[in-house]
Design a protein around this ligand. Sequence first.
Ligand code: TYD
Ligand code: MG
Length: 468
Amino acid sequence: MARRSSRYVCQECGTIAAKWSGRCDSCGAWNSITEENEPVSPPGAVVSAQGRRFEFDALDGAAKSIERAVVGIPEFDRVCGGGLVPGSVLLVGGDPGIGKSTLLLQVVAALGKLGVPCAYLSGEEAVDQVRIRARRLALSDSPVKLAAATDVRGILATLEAEGPVQVIVVDSVQTMFVDSLESAPGTVAQVRAAAQSFIGFAKKTGSVVVLVGHVTKEGQIAGPRVLEHMVDTVLYFEGERGHQFRILRAVKNRFGPTDEIGVFEMTDSGLAEVTNPSALFLTERSSAISGTAVYAGIEGTRPVLVEIQALVSPSVLATPRRAVVGWDTSRLAMIVAVLEARCGLSLFGNDIYLNVAGGLRIGEPGADLAVAGALVSSHTGTSVPEATVFFGEIGLSGDVRPVSQADNRLSEAAKLGFSRAVTPPGKGRKSHDIRITQIEQLNELVDMLQPPSTSAAAESGSIRRQHG
Ligand code: TYD
Ligand code: MG
């Protein structure tokens, strides 16, 4: 008979402690430790070599080809790697109110209309609430099985009895309850047990299970970190409050590429796909303003143009402010340091604000040059030349380094009506309808963005370097 003992588990990071304390020693979170009862195997239980034997397989055996369930929402399908893989488990995380439930209702409804048996299990909303949403989205006619339920055992029994259900949405995993555990729904033990039950069900039956996961203040999926390791695919649904754009991003995918994004727009009638995100991210752009530069980026397989905005203003604080939205703070510190040390710009006593327009979050170092362009432009008050895009990584010595997929970036820029590009040096570019200025040193960009009075001196330097 298993012995019952108490243990104290941090709800933020899953660390187990022997006694309660107000602050987790491991992650530093306050008031995150709760008591849990769990059966433990008797101490000293050692696994002997008397289990059931199995046969090993060879790597080159015949593998079943994967038949994906294509949803028919291309932005969603692409992020999943081309549709949902039978027997796989997806975890979709995102802030409250960002549109997770809306997106997944649209997904099951679309599949339902294609004749794929689907179920939507809501642990957060009543059946009527989901119905009202379905009506608003004009999806009521889709044959989706709907239930408001949180008891995992009951859900699995029902699904088994219902016959084949190919896609199951569980909204959300934090509300699910496994009755063999004493802890409350949402605790680490419950979330892990519920996820394990659904994963087991998916592997056994070949159904796809989509788990919705809440995120913590820090933007990570709440519950044990292991949750992300247990599932096959982790998607984050993000966006800025006050913006209509929503971005679905794959951060882990056992059956497809990561860093792929799908762009949606939240409308009165649900999430609409945005097939040309660059046009969307640039719509509010007015050209002749200092402190902005357009970055020709790549998100996953797709080029995306996005505006980078900077504001550099004299600070009254002893430690000037550095505020960044949509980019990496330490990367900004690095660029500012390079501008200071290698280009002689004096930014030290200034507050610096950096914003990626439209609510996109950029992770690529290829944005360095556009960020530097926006910073220098704001500092000197000179707007960047009209219809110009930037891309390139900046090294600590102030050198501008090549980034991947230059041709893709340039053709997207040309397609959207940009006529100039400031890029790292590179050979063998296809001809685009775009004038390319290749720069090797960050200094050259700084020269380019001097106010008219001083640029006469720098002009001879910068103009001569233009190619194309
Ligand atoms: P929801 O899907 O409930 O978010 P989550 O499940 O991530 O918490 O989305 C809720 C928000 O979306 C809510 O603020 C209203 C808005 N919304 C629309 O703007 N249009 C719509 O058609 C729907 C259904 C929701
Ligand atoms: Mg919801």
